[in-house]
Design a protein around this ligand. Structure first.
Ligand SMILES: [Zn+2]
Length: 302
């Protein structure tokens, strides 16, 4: 498979990428277009920008769904433009630098030297427009909504809604073809965030990885995310064992392990046990008064 376009609604496009099975987005208005995520490296970004130029020559703006490297390392190809995100630029840069080293090493370890080099030499472009809550962006003839959500898949999730076309770009809050990624997620909060996103019943849902799908697919995944949260809670309470959770996870053992580890990391240590109250303050327990049944005489005539 090579990279290809799918038009999911009128002038709303999804670029299906071979690398990591990503789905990047493009929404075209009358005066401007919005690019949603930019790919794993500067090289991937240049190929994507070239593909965008096959469809439109309107000026572009860029939206990041979150700060994981595969969603924004391609932005250098888009030159000087507005870049919208829920996270702040400084955090993007510091995390980007760390991810660049880690992923380059990971690819190198897999013997994928060329991919490692592509990531290592990608120039990082942090967002310059911060989204707090929701922002309506008029592209000319159509308005898209950039909505901050979560924490869910990450601590800086943002989705893009195209209300006139009924399309939701969900970032990695939803994933097709592979289990959701729990590595830096908030397993307990994630299902609620997805429920909220689906409250307007978008007919077309584009996940961050995998094929575009519909509302009912997204709803099923929301249910499975809730089941993972429930299993995490029950393991924490000792109601089910870790082994049971892994065996019954809707996304398989690996995703469940990551979710459990994440819950453990996010749970604050238990508070220091309170010192026992002094014996005098406790006093003796209250006496138990036992009545004999025949002590009562109820006069029903009165
Ligand atoms: Zn991600």
């Amino acid at each position: 498979m090579s990279d290809r376009w799918i038009e999911v609604a009128d002038k709303v496009w999804v670029r299906r990428m071979e690398e990591l099975d990503q789905s990047l987005g493009l929404v075209i208005g009358e005066e401007c277009c919005l690019v949603i995520d930019t790919g794993v490296s500067a090289d991937a970004g240049y190929a994507f920008a070239t593909a965008v130029r096959e469809l439109t020559d309107l000026p572009w703006q860029v939206a990041y769904t979150h700060d994981h490297f595969d969603h924004w390392f391609g932005t250098a190809a888009f030159g000087e433009s507005a870049v919208w995100a829920a996270g702040d630029g400084a955090t993007y840069l510091s995390r980007g630098d760390e991810q660049r080293k880690r992923w380059a090493a990971k690819y190198r370890g897999q013997g994928r030297e060329e991919e490692a080099r592509r990531i290592a030499r990608s120039r990082l472009v942090p967002p310059n427009c911060r989204v707090n809550g929701a922002v309506g962006l008029n592209l000319g003839g159509r308005t898209v909504v950039l909505r901050q959500v979560g924490p869910a898949h990450s601590d800086n999730d943002m989705v893009v809604e195209v209300p006139d076309a009924g399309v939701l770009f969900a970032g990695d809050l939803l994933e097709g073809g592979a289990p959701p990624s729990y590595g830096s997620a908030f397993p307990y909060e994630w299902p609620q965030a997805v429920e909220y996103l689906l409250s307007w019943k978008p007919p077309i849902v584009v996940p961050g990885h995998g094929d575009p799908a519909d509302y009912w697919w997204a709803r099923t995944q929301a249910r499975d995310l809730a089941e993972v949260a429930r299993l995490c809670r029950e393991v924490a309470q000792g109601f089910v064992t870790k082994e049971e959770a892994l065996a019954h996870s809707p996304f398989g053992a690996e995703a469940m392990t990551a979710a459990l580890e994440r819950c453990e990391a996010l749970t604050p240590p238990p508070p220091e046990p309170a010192p026992p109250a002094p014996a005098a303050a406790q006093g003796p327990p209250p006496p138990v008064i036992v009545y004999d049944l025949f002590d009562y005489s109820i006069d029903m005539t009165r």
